[in-house]
Design a protein around this ligand. Sequence first.
Ligand SMILES: Nc1nc2c(ncn2[C@@H]2O[C@H](COP(=O)(O)OP(=O)(O)OP(=O)(O)O)[C@@H](O)[C@H]2O)c(=O)[nH]1
Length: 388
Amino acid sequence: MDIKTLVLALALGNFSLCAALFFYQQQEVRSAPSAGLRSWRIARQLQAVAWGLLYLRGALPDFLTIPFAYAVLFSGFAFDASAWWELAGRRVWRRYLLPALGVSIGLFTGAWLLDMPAGDRIGIAALVAGFFALASAGALGRGWRRGTLLRRYLVLSTLSLTLVVVLRGVLAVLLPDGAEWLSPALVQAAGIVALYLLTFGNVFGYLLLSREQQESELARLEVADPLTDVPNRRGFYLALAPWIALARRPGQPTALILLKFDDFKRINEHYGHPVGDLVLKTLVEVCQKQLRDSDLMGRMGGAEFAIQLPRTGQEDACMVAERIRLAIAALPVKAGKAVINMTASLGVTTIRPDDAAVSLFKRADEALQQAKREGRNRVVAADSTPEV
Ligand SMILES: Nc1nc2c(ncn2[C@@H]2O[C@H](COP(=O)(O)OP(=O)(O)OP(=O)(O)O)[C@@H](O)[C@H]2O)c(=O)[nH]1
């Protein structure tokens, strides 16, 4: 395959992706688009045009196929890097890519206007491609420690291909006529192949990684509450199950606190649902500050939450519950212009050896209901001694 064919393949590949994306977008309003998809789409369009122009070198005026084509290509690289940063949740990095793009286009166009040797222009273009590829690798590398194999592969392949592209540029400047077996044609072929692999590694990597991110977010939402980010009922039950099983063995018990904010309906009615949401989020943070790292708070639904406290007896659990109650009552929640005073009622129990989740929650709920009946804003302990 000669270089021209590879350039054509790059143009056609990007064009066909643009077409596929056009049809995909007809559905996008129905499903949540991945972060960065817009930038990624613009990158494909720009790169398709740029490679198309580069392919037509000789058939069109030089102005179009050299400085203009490279300016469009650099913009495509910049949008690619931007898409990766957006996918990593750091949109702010786009701000730094724009000036870098301006400098890149200025340098390349300047070299063309000054009629510098083609090798120097190639050097500039390779460095620009390398810079934006490194920026993409930086965004990808942010998730390295917790990253999947796919992410790690993409980081390493991007870095090694970037190295080849940059080397190609350096050699074009330092050894324009090649040396021994390192002919200019070989260096050029290695550079364009690396760029080809970089482009399509980027294309499929982005698609696969955004799909992977969406799937892991969906899996997280199965066990987490999207508003407060604590485990939902299902997640909490899953985390509690081993402690229920352990209660059959001798040792320190695990305590359960059931907490419900008082008169929460009033907040929604007076201030509206969005303020109610904000209050819930703030109150969960207030409660979590009173807990140990080993404790776990989960949302059972509405304004009701549960807290598991491993290796904690009833007396200590009551102390924690009282601390939480006081912290909630002491802190007025600011939501916009409103300052809202909240209280909560709490029922406390410990897991008995004969408990199942149903009996455990029933007992904690009875204690909670008693706290509500007795006037709210209080802690009630259930009787945790096993029935005989
Ligand atoms: N803002 C907001 N409100 C919610 C959410 N989930 C449930 N609620 C509201 O929470 C309120 C819970 O009300 P109830 O269970 O009747 O009890 P309460 O008003 O808190 O009163 P008591 O428990 O009797 O002290 C209802 O008005 C629900 O609409 C939510 O995610 N956000």
